[in-house]
Design a protein around this ligand. Structure first.
Ligand code: S3P
Length: 436
């Protein structure tokens, strides 16, 4: 399946985007090991979270989904999960795989975690090592999935200095810490998204945070609660980008999660001259939300502050497109983690934007994007949802039609992306593969 996008005029609009992927995964996992019922609204019914939903059901958790965005989870308590009858297929989702590894290494039974071609190529040593230090036993394919997680192991607390800024690794260690003797602590080299800590706290777990160090005592029970999932800022970024690049657009995105560990994208774009304002801020349970108003802006290049990288880790494909439309050069540094996401996002975005006439100089952990004018052309998504959506938005200001190849993975995080773009006035068409 491909997208064909023609140069478009963005209309003034008020839109919503689907629920937050990170919060949706955590609601499923934490709700499953809580006692009592967890009611979830605003759930992201995208393929990544649906893979986690299926995995939790395979582990014996009763989960009803009366509407695509609503779930009622009958938690089993910390020790109530049951041995799965089959391998747990986590599709494209690194978050599901890494967090589940942490959750499952403290169980009494064995389990196997696997996934699609992209996920089985991604590094898991980053969770296997600290979990191994805690006493877990996880076999892998040379540090990559599938992971065989052995149960019945006694876990001991560790004090772990994360070598990479990763919320997935932090969360995996904290989840294993719930099953460990003693108090497990994780120190991050840079702040990463703190949805796990917030949700644990709202389920009654005492989580101690002191600067970049987060600690949790083992054996604490979770209490089921109501989780209202905010709209996903990472998905909202594509709408923000489309509005910024357009001429004279004024777009409002409602009820978006603006947790300060996620808002790097807003800060970076504002630093480039973007007119982005947060309106109507409030708390939705444990998470701050706001409406985001975006007005078309002339963006300026410059050096992106590497201190903001972990706060905008999923938004760099969109930021590359913003940089291509800015005046001058934009220098990205400290973004080496992008090379081990759903694709090598530095290489994938550089290839796509070069194909559309933009100069990009790559380095192992950075890139310089030279402002220019997108031409028409055909580009590859590298089977990466965020690459596909970023290039689709780039196409709205291209000189001619752009075809983006292999866009199926968009459904992992942003079901309804084409409808949302259409509501903004984007001329986007889905081209189905012709059977051979
Ligand atoms: C996520 C953490 C980030 C992010 C991913 C979701 C999470 O990964 O890229 O999309 O929900 O914890 P890392 O922790 O590997 O940076």
């Amino acid at each position: 399946m491909d997208f064909r996008v023609s140069p478009s005029k963005i209309a003034d609009a008020k839109v919503t985007v689907p629920g937050d992927k990170s919060v949706s995964h955590r609601a499923l996992m934490l709700g499953s090991i809580a006692s009592g019922r967890t009611e979830v609204s605003g759930f992201l019914a995208g393929e990544d979270c649906l893979a986690t939903l299926a995995a939790m059901r395979t582990l014996g958790v009763g989960i009803e989904q009366p509407e695509p965005t609503q779930m009622s989870i009958d938690g089993t308590g910390l020790h109530g999960l049951s041995a799965p009858a089959a391998d747990l297929d986590l599709g494209n989702s690194g978050t599901a795989m890494r967090l589940m590894a942490g959750l499952l290494c403290g169980q009494s039974f064995d389990s196997t975690l696997t996934g699609d071609a992209s996920l089985t190529g991604r590094p898991m040593g980053r969770v296997i090592r600290p979990l191994g230090d805690m006493g877990a036993l996880i076999d892998s394919n040379d540090g990559r999935p599938p992971l065989q997680v052995h149960g019945g192991r006694r876990l001991c607390a560790i004090d772990y200095d994360l070598p990479v800024a990763s919320a997935q690794v932090k969360s995996a260690v904290l989840l294993a810490g719930l099953y460990a003797d003693g108090t497990t602590c994780v120190t991050e080299p840079a702040v990463t998204r703190d949805h796990t800590e917030r949700m644990l706290a709202s389920m009654g777990v005492e989580v101690r945070t002191d600067g970049n160090r987060i600690c949790v005592r083992g054996g604490q029970a979770l209490r089921g609660c109501r989780v209202q999932v905010p709209a996903d800022l990472s998905s909202a970024s594509f709408v923000m980008l489309a509005a910024l690049l357009a001429e004279n657009a004024d777009v409002l995105i409602t009820n978006v999660g603006v947790n300060p560990t996620r808002t790097g994208v807003i800060e970076i774009l504002q630093g480039m001259g973007a007119d982005i304002r947060l309106e109507n801020p409030k708390l939705l349970g444990a998470e701050p939300v706001a409406d985001i108003r975006i007005r078309s802006s002339n963006l300026q290049g410059g050096a992106v502050d590497p201190a903001l990288v972990s706060l905008a880790i999923d938004e760099f494909p969109a930021l590359f497109v913003a940089a291509a439309s800015a005046d001058g050069e934009t220098v990205f540094s400290g973004i080496g983690e992008l090379r081990v996401k759903e694709s090598d996002r530095i290489a994938a975005m550089a290839a796509g934007m070069r194909e559309l006439g933009i100069r990009v100089d790559e380095s192992p952990d950075g890139a310089i994007v030279h402002g220019g004018r997108f031409t028409g052309g055909t580009v590859d998504s590298f089977c990466d949802h965020r690459v596909a959506m970023s290039l689709a938005v780039a196409a709205t200001i291209a000189g001619d039609e752009v075809v983006i190849r292999d866009v199926e993975p968009v459904d992992t995080s942003f079901p309804g992306f084409t409808d949302c773009m259409t509501a903004l006035g984007v001329d986007i068409e889905v081209l189905q593969d012709v059977p051979v």
